[in-house]
Design a protein around this ligand. Structure first.
Ligand code: EPU
Length: 423
């Protein structure tokens, strides 16, 4: 249980300029990929967030030499000292992306033993497609107790994913990067972080083609050299800030983002009546009139991202009319809406569909974050509500949003921490 809660006094439109940090889901993939190199790698623009800290602990435990400069957003990894292929459960359950250690260790050393991954509780989250890819490349994979062990020389092969999986695609790319011969991934995920990983692997001398389409071809290399690489900005943080600006009827310019990654969200905001203007690497979001209700169906990229469904559905609780939100990726991603009922939100939830009847007012109430994006959604709810919202378990938010409180305060939000009383 976190030792503090967040207090937000809502009703203040966000105004001004802000910036986006490096991508969480791209950083965790690229950090794991440094293990594949035979030389030192330097990663720039990494966000200073809990998930990055956990992966650094894991790299150090494996024997890598790691220098982390959070203020400079820079991580230097020398993987030459790695002398273990085991990530114990106590470490792996601290985050979801610990499963990338399987692909990276298997790819480099032909063996890996990794405890089951943790991460947000948003559904069952099996890893069968990851394991299917490893097996196709020649690994013998066992799931026993709370760990997965995989062993075998990686040999390139074709993998047809039964469903689109970001983690499965990335793990297969990691395992294939040093495999003997060619690997072809069909029905691959097309997310920006898949492309970023491909670019990083290519900068180390790998040959990855087709990332960003549903077919990725990887020619494995015997050796991969060092690289200095800058990770892309966070698509989901950009979207969360865009929604926060719109939801508070504010006017915010978000610098350092990639507007083309935001097209599905931008289209929905425009449909709601929000003004969105794209610049080269910035987006301005402002509300010029009331918001109309819209329907959302989450899909793999380039569809509407599940990670923005929660912030977006929080905003829709105050749109005019009824919105239908269908969550197709994860089973259990509406817990923030259940919490928001206490704030006056009118919501019916039937399995993976939420029907939201917009209300004219939300009011502050105590609510609990149950996962990272639920936490972000509740922050947006608090910013919209009249009165004071208390958010318990805000530590989830730190796992994925760098300095979010400071960024929101700089835009005028009244958000602060308060220690929890003992007992
Ligand atoms: N799935 C399977 N079998 C598998 C893999 C996935 O059935 O082997 C299912 C999942 O249960 C889910 C769907 O396929 O229903 C998609 O899962 P995917 O593998 O794409 O998700 P993930 O890799 O576990 C990543 C992000 C999530 C993001 C999803 C979807 C990381 C570390 N996590 O998860 O990010 O929601 O892709 O875009 O990259 C977040 O940032 O808050 C977050 C949860």
């Amino acid at each position: 249980m976190d030792s503090y809660k967040l207090l937000i006094t809502g009703g203040i439109p966000l105004m001004g300029e802000t910036y986006v940090s490096g991508g969480k889901n791209t950083s965790v993939a690229v950090i794991a990929a440094t293990l594949l190199s035979d030389e030192i790698c330097v990663l720039e623009n990494l966000p200073d967030i809990e998930d990055v800290h956990v992966l650094i602990d894991i790299l150090r435990d494996l024997g890598a030499q790691v220098e982390y400069q959070p203020e400079a957003r820079r991580l230097t990894v020398d993987p030459r000292g790695v002398n273990s292929c085991k990530v114990p459960y106590r470490q792996s359950q601290r985050m979801r992306a610990s499963y990338y250690m399987l692909g990276a260790l298997l790819g480099k050393f032909g063996q890996a033993e990794v405890g089951y991954p943790g991460g947000c509780s948003i559904g069952a989250r099996p890893v069968d497609q990851h394991l299917k890819a490893f097996r196709a490349m020649g690994a013998e994979v066992k799931e026993r107790g709370a760990k997965i062990t995989a062993k075998g020389k990686m040999v390139g092969n074709s993998v047809v994913f039964d469903r689109i999986t970001v983690g499965g695609t990335i793990n297969a790319m990691l395992a294939a990067a040093r495999a003997e011969g060619n690997t072809v991934l069909y029905n691959a995920a097309r997310e920006p972080h898949v492309v970023d990983l491909a670019n990083f692997l290519n900068s180390m001398g790998c040959r990855v083609k087709g990332a960003g389409t549903d077919t990725i071809r990887i020619t494995g290399q015997k050796k991969l050299h060092g690289s200095t690489y800058t990770v892309i900005p966070d698509q989901i943080e950009t979207g969360t800030l865009m929604i926060a600006a719109a939801a508070t009827r504010g006017d915010v310019v978000i610098h350092g983002c990639i507007p083309t990654h935001m097209e599905s969200l931008t289209a929905k905001l425009l449909e709601m009546g929000v003004a969105v203007s794209d610049m080269d690497d910035a987006i301005r979001v402002r509300t010029v009139r009331g918001h109309r209700a819209v329907n959302i169906k989450t899909q793999e990229y380039p569809g509407f991202p599940t990670d923005l469904q929660q912030p977006m559905s929080a905003m829709l609780t105050r749109a005019s009319g009824d919105s239908v939100v269908i969550e197709t990726i994860f089973e259990s991603r509406f817990k923030h809406l259940m919490e928001m009922r206490r704030m006056g939100a009118q919501v019916q939830i039937l399995d993976q569909t939420a029907i939201i009847q917009g209300v004219s007012e939300l009011y502050g109430a105590p609510v609990t974050a149950t996962d990272l994006r639920a936490g972000a959604a509740l922050v947006i709810a608090g910013l919209m509500a009249n009165g004071v919202t208390e958010i318990y378990e805000p530590g989830y938010i730190e796992r994925g949003y760098e300095h979010i409180e400071e960024k929101l305060r700089a835009l005028g939000a009244d958000i602060r921490r308060e220690p929890l009383e003992e007992g």
